[in-house]
Every structure is written in C-alpha cells, then in structure tokens.
Design a protein around this ligand. Structure first.
Ligand code: GDP
Length: 496
C-alpha cells in the first residue's frame, strides 16, 4: 500500500503503559487510587477525573499511563487476543500474606506475555508484615528480586501511608528506560481496547490506550471487525481531544457495536489492516493451486457460521468440476458492515451473509465499490450460489433486484378478487408497479423465458393494513389491477 510515511521509522520514547496485578485484597485498587490522587498533574482541572479504564500521571515531567482496571481476566483476554496492552506489570504482594494463588497466576501471565515485572510489596505498615518471607516465596516462583541475586526491582511500600509510592514510580520510569519503550505518532494506528460497553445514552463506549500512531476525531477505524467513525475522544481528565498519540488513554465514541476487550484498533485500509487479513483471517478451502473465490462470510451466530463453513467445505471437496477453491477473507458473526465491504474489495471478493442484515448505507457503499453482497435465509440457497461462484459463474447481485416474491397461498375473495399471499424474497413490492409472474425462480430465467402474466399491483396488504410498499422478508397480500386467474402457489413475482 502506498500510505508509507517518511517518518514511519522514527520511533521515540513514549510513556510506559503499566498494569497492576496480584492477589485479591493485596492492595491493587488502593495503589492505583493513591497514585492517581497524589500525582494528579491536573489540579487546574479542579481534580475532576473520569474513569475511562486508564489514566496518565506525571512524575518529574515524565508521564506514566496506568491501566486502572486491575484484574487477570482482562489481562488474559488482552493476551489471548494478541494485544499486549501493558509494557510493565507491577506485581503487588501483601507483606502480611505473601504469595497467593492469584499472585502465581499474575506471574505466569506476565511471563507468558514477556512483560517486565516490578514487585511491589505492599502493606508494610501492617503488624504482621514480613518482607523477607515474601521475597523468599517469590524466589520459589522464580521471581528473583535484587537482594536475592536477581534483577527484578522490588519496592517495599504502603498504599495506606503513601510510603514507597514515589519509589514505585521511579522504578517504573527506570524499567521503562531500560526496556526502551518506544512509539511513533506518525506510523499506523495501533490501540488496545481496555474496556468496552454499551451506554444507553451515549451508545458504544470504548476505552483504549494507544501504543502507536495517532487516533483522530473523524478517522475511520476498525476493531473486532466492527467499524467506527470516531465521533469523539475524551481523556481521563474529561477533556475532549481532537487527536491522541502514543500511550494516551482515551475514550472513543462511534463504534457501531461493542468490540472485544484486548482487540486492537487499527485504521481502516491501513497496512496493519491488510496484514491482519493476511495473517489471521484468510483460510483456504480446496487446493491452493487452484484459482480462488474470495469470500467474506457473515452469519448470525457462531453455530451457523460453523454449519455454513462446513457445507461450503463439502461443496469444494465434493464438486469435481469446481475449478476454484474458496478463500475466506473473514468468517464472522453479526450484520454486514462497511469493513466487510472493504475486506472484500481488497481481494476482489464477495460478501455472503446468512441470516444477517445489511443496512441500505452499506449496500450503497458496496454498490459503489462494485462488491457483490448477498444474504440468505437458507443454507441451501447460499451453497447454490457458492457453487455458481466455484464454477466461475457470476451470481446475481441482490441490489439489482428491484422486487422479487414467491406466492405462498391464493385467496379467492367473495368479491371475486384473487389475492396472492406472497413472501418478498428480495427488493420491494410497490403499489402501481408493473410486476411479472413466472412459474420459476426469476434468478434462473433464461433469455427464452417469458412471464406468464404481467400487470400492475392494485393494492398490497400487510396483515390487515393497506400499505404502499412491502420490503424483504415480509409477507403480504397482492392484488393485481387486472386479474390473473391461473396464479398459483409456488409461482414467482418479479419487478423489472
Ligand atoms: P485489591 O483487591 O488488590 O484491589 O485490594 P484493595 O486495594 O481493595 O485493598 C484491600 C484492603 O487492603 C482494603 O481494605 C485496603 O484499605 C487495604 N489496604 C490496601 N493497601 C494497604 C496498605 O498499604 N496498608 C494497609 N494497612 N491496608 C491496605
């Protein structure tokens, strides 16, 4: 891609992103609270702070970002999704209790993610505090602090009295320098989601810390395959920002659905996005040497996703004539989004959906990008189209279908009128519009096929209501201006 910027290789030191882990009640929250309280460099904001899942403090004109949602669950999720949010883990151990199961868990998480550890032995103010015992226990977990011959920094402290807090911050800055934590505001965006939720008033609220690049209001980004046009950015002090750079914690509004914690936010269409496609998403069914049909597959649930993928795989392996293999650009759940279109566009593919929706806006984007988007209600129809694709036959674009319905039942009214009870399969049926009746699916029509009847629609009824238009997936009663006596169930209506 041609978005290479000259300054892309210029990495500079950025504030470390720190997470605090340890056993329950050992003082994680207390430490985070006292650090925030005593180091707020934002007295000018009247001390108004906002919980956005992370905050930034200043110590000797150097900044540190703390993720303040302590918990191993979040960390594990972040690690599982490949997003290493934190640069440094502060391992909290209560001086009176020592190493406990969650201490060990935290150690293994940090080690697995190769994140440097700093030990904070907390609650040294307590009567039962025994720092030496804690160090010994840590040594048996292979955490060797300095006076045990290791190189792990260990701070003895008390969140209650505040003793040692400054030392902890200095240790963080030191480890940050030793590990050369760097970032680049000019490179591709990479931000890790630390919290995400749906707020009834504000919509989807996502908190993230930026590891690289710059996040801007108005930018189009994507995470968990959910796209977002950044509507607003707010920092931990409640300031509205127009942009945010490396190590900044920010809250984003604008996501269309709730993305996963730990997922990475990237810019739509960036090199990273392309890389993500190549590395994680592409899955090929069939012989790689064959020509491939690139498909973005979206379904309503994980269960159906597996089922549909299964049928497509069978199709590829059983169909001898198939000259193509299937290359899944993405298999996911949820409605079809702009991102799906962008993905399909990047590989000249199609977007197929099973029991999912496509908004008219996304449909417009698809049309503009000349990407075929089709959704299905039965696996049979989907595999039928997939088979066509595998044989190199183009499938009919849904957006081009003005209106198509199938006759389900015929009603003869006392007045003599014949009403065709129909289900709209694609497009819309409209009052006054010329509509043809066929005895086969209009999708399979050849040049020679002629309609059995053509007439304009006099009225449409949805339930008991007279309506002017009936959209896809709805059932309705259709009355033609002039009667077609032979209309029967199983026939098709097509608006041309
Ligand atoms: P977390 O579960 O690890 O987040 O632990 P908390 O921060 O909620 O602390 C658990 C309890 O220990 C609370 O009652 C705190 O007030 C208390 N606590 C935390 N740090 C200290 C400390 O340094 N000294 C003493 N005496 N109590 C502390």
């Amino acid at each position: 891609m041609l978005n290479t910027k000259d300054t892309k290789n210029e990495y500079i030191a950025r504030p470390p992103i720190v997470t605090i882990m340890g056993h329950v009640d050992h003082g994680k929250t207390s430490i985070l609270d006292s650090i925030r309280k005593t180091n707020i460099a934002d007295k000018e904001y009247g001390g108004i702070t906002q919980h956005i899942g992370a905050y930034q403090i200043e110590r000797n004109s150097q900044k540190i970002t703390f993720i303040d949602t302590p918990g191993h669950e979040a960390f594990a999720q972040m690690r599982a999704r490949g997003g290493r949010a934190a640069d440094i883990v502060v391992l909290v151990v209560a001086a009176d209790e020592g190493v406990k199961p969650q201490t060990k868990e935290a150690i293994s998480h940090a080690k697995a993610a190769s994140v440097p550890i700093i030990v904070a032995i907390n609650k040294i103010d307590k009567a039962g505090a025994n720092v030496q015992k804690v160090k010994q226990e840590l040594a048996s977990e292979n955490i060797l602090v300095e006076d045990w011959g290791g190189d792990i920094l260990c701070i003895e402290m008390s969140a209650k009295t505040g003793e040692g807090l400054d030392k902890l911050l200095d240790a963080i800055l030191l480890v940050s320098e030793m590990n050369q934590i760097k970032g680049n505001p000019d490179t591709d965006l990479e931000a890790v989601i630390i919290e995400s939720r749906l707020d009834r008033k504000r919509g989807v609220v996502v908190s993230c810390v930026i590891r690289n690049g710059t996040l801007k209001v108005g930018q189009k980004v994507v995470a968990s395959n959910i796209d977002c046009k950044v509507r607003s950015l707010t920092d931990d002090k409640g300031n509205n920002l127009s942009e945010a750079g490396p190590s900044c914690p920010v809250e984003i509004l604008g996501f269309r659905a709730v993305p996963h914690v730990g997922d990475i936010i990237i810019e739509l269409g960036s090199e990273l996005a392309e890389l993500a496609i190549e590395e994680n998403r592409v899955e090929i069914i069939g012989q790689e040497s064959k020509k491939t049909v690139a498909i973005v597959l979206k379904t309503d649930t994980e269960g159906t996703l597996e089922a549909v993928k299964g049928s497509l795989a069978r199709l590829v392996t059983s169909s001898v004539e198939a000259t193509y293999a299937i290359k899944f650009l993405l298999c996911g759940t949820g409605d079809i989004t702009e991102t799906d279109i962008a993905l399909a566009q990047s590989a000249k593919g199609v977007v197929l959906g099973f029991d999912v929706k496509v908004s008219p806006k996304v449909m417009d984007i698809a049309e503009e990008a000349k990407i075929i988007v089709k959704t299905y209600k039965t696996i049979y129809e989907l595999t039928e189209d997939a088979e066509k694709l595998l044989q190199g036959v183009a499938i009919q674009e849904e957006s081009k279908i003005k209106g198509r319905a199938q006759v389900i039942k015929i009603f003869k009214l006392p007045s003599g009128d014949i009403v065709a009870g129909c289900k709209v399969i694609a497009g819309v049926l409209k009052v006054g519009v010329k509509t043809s009746v066929y005895d086969k699916n209009p999708a399979d029509l050849t040049e020679e096929d002629r309609p059995l009847f053509t007439g304009s629609i006099k009225s449409l009824k949805k339930g008991k209501d007279e309506v002017n238009v009936v959209g896809r997936d709805n059932e309705c009663g259709v009355l033609f201006k002039s009667q077609y006596e032979d209309i029967a169930s199983g026939m098709w209506l097509e608006v041309r």
